[in-house]
Design a protein around this ligand. Sequence first.
Ligand code: MG
Length: 261
Amino acid sequence: MAIVKKSPEQIEQMAAAGEVLVKTMNLLASKIRPGVTTLELDQAAERFIRSQGCEPAFKGYRGFPGSICASPNSMVVHGIPGSYTLERGDILSIDIGVVRQGWVADAARTFAVGPISPIAQRLLTVTEEALHRAVPQCVAGNHLGDIGHAIERYVEHEQGFSVVRTLVGHGIGRDMHEDPQVPNYGKARSGVLLEEGMVLAVEPMVTVGTRDVRLAADQWSIFSADGTLAAHFEFTIAITGDGPRVLTPWHEADGGGRVAA
Ligand code: MG
């Protein structure tokens, strides 16, 4: 396993990709409503990403046909955008990858389509909170297992939902998927020592029911095996000398984050 560390200048490049990603996420947030198809969201995202001189990282990745992944309800990840029409009460996970000048940013967020059920709302709140709890673990001197441990402990032991085991986060940089793998479960103080310059895509995937998933007939979409709701939240996070830096800060109201020099 070879972990490619990034210089501060390279992290600025990745932050610039992340800035375009956040704007894309905000654009989709403004378009998500009942009656909209996931293909319409995909086309809006692709148009915007290309207008910024960037490329959608997922398009053509191992043959994936979409520019984004759009995964409703019990679909966990990797949904192919298409004719699915959003309905009031749905939840929809949107995963976006942006390549800017050879550097990749990756992030995801699950949206409510209109008012949703109390259990769906709790799933979104818990999964997003799990991601936020993972961020402060991304510091030099910690171990990889500290990240997964923080997520697993909160989601499973404190909230009673399940963390998907067979899909994990990853290192990211010039390639979308670099070493190391970043599980959303694990033992504290175990695994690779985290060092300044590492950049990780941390992405808890959480289900209301059991942790098992199944691959759909399209060979891409992954559903919760028991058909219960699933949520997915993701940041690209750099481990810097100043602590963790979220390079895809879609949670900031202004869509800002630090601007690349
Ligand atoms: Mg990812």
